[in-house]
Write a protein that binds this ligand. Structure first.
Ligand code: SAM
Length: 266
């Protein structure tokens, strides 16, 4: 068995109860297609394969692939793919019209980009159940007052909840941090009706560019517009210009976005 690679976030689950909580949260039916990221040594893959119609599992580490083939040689419903979940084409794995769920114990180093990749994809999953560092889980589920870019990026697409916290002793090797299992039920359509997410996230990034500064300052500098235009925009959106980006709700970001469209490069 190859040694665990820290750089690839290889903290393997060893606690069967946590595996049970992840699969229960995913509400798996026998006709479900599951896309797993990072099967590692296959503990979660095996549990998923016992419930789902099909499991497609994408592992970046070539050295883990032969033992995964061996472990699942008698499972006709498991497809093992070597690749990087941040770059792989979802439509090459799952036909565009098929529904699927993402279930994964994610590598810490790439958890946010992998979650965002699936949320922002044209072909989105209906549900995601992911293990992430607890702070990342708190960020995804934060309420106005404590929101960050990841909170907006998650909540515009779905309703995230923390299912359980998971201590370091549930993994080998043990990570230094506590983890959390987060379940995201995706909406049929994003809460903000943008044509493409690029302009919306340009605005959100501008709002959060200096998180301690008031929103009117950040928008003015990043959108390169004069203070009167930004003042008028915020007044129309009924947002106090002295507020900070972390206090805005998704609905307020949506209103601000609609009014800002002429100022954004999209
Ligand atoms: N699912 C296994 C478990 O629960 O024990 C392993 C989870 S471990 C936290 C993360 C896994 O993701 C590792 O097997 C690692 O090699 C793999 N991985 C890391 N980066 C990846 C990426 N960009 N794309 C796909 N897999 C990745």
């Amino acid at each position: 068995m190859p040694r665990a690679k820290k750089a690839l976030g290889q903290n393997f689950l060893t606690d069967g109860r946590v595996v049970g909580k992840i699969t229960a949260a995913a509400e798996i039916y026998s006709d479900d297609t599951i896309l797993e990221v990072g099967p590692g040594r296959g503990i979660l893959t095996r549990a998923l394969a016992s419930k789902a119609g099909k499991v497609i599992t994408v592992e970046i580490d070539e050295q883990l692939i032969p033992s995964l083939y061996e472990k699942f040689s008698d499972h006709t419903n498991v497809e093992i793919v070597q690749g990087d979940a941040r770059a792989i084409s979802i439509d090459k794995l799952i036909p565009a019209e098929d529904r699927y769920k993402v279930v994964a114990n994610l590598p810490y180093y790439a958890a946010s980009p992998i979650v965002r990749r699936f949320l922002e994809a044209d072909h989105k999953p209906t549900l995601m159940v992911v293990m992430v560092q607890r702070e990342v889980g708190l960020d995804m589920t934060a309420k106005p007052g404590k929101m960050g870019i990841l909170s907006v990026a998650t909540q515009v697409y779905g309703n995230p909840r923390i299912i359980t916290s998971v201590p370091p002793r549930s993994f080998r090797p043990s990570p230094k941090v506590t983890s959390a299992v987060v379940k995201i039920d995706l909406y049929d359509k994003p809460l903000v009706p943008f044509m493409s997410p690029d302009g919306f996230f340009e605005l959100v990034r501008a709002g959060f560019s200096a998180p301690r500064k008031q929103i009117h300052n950040n928008l003015r500098h990043r959108l390169n517009t004069n203070p009167d235009v930004i003042g008028e925009l915020l007044a129309q959106a009924k947002i106090d210009p002295k507020r900070r980006a972390q206090t805005l709700s998704i609905t307020e970001w949506g209103t601000l976005y609609e009014l800002s469209i002429p100022l954004l490069d999209q």
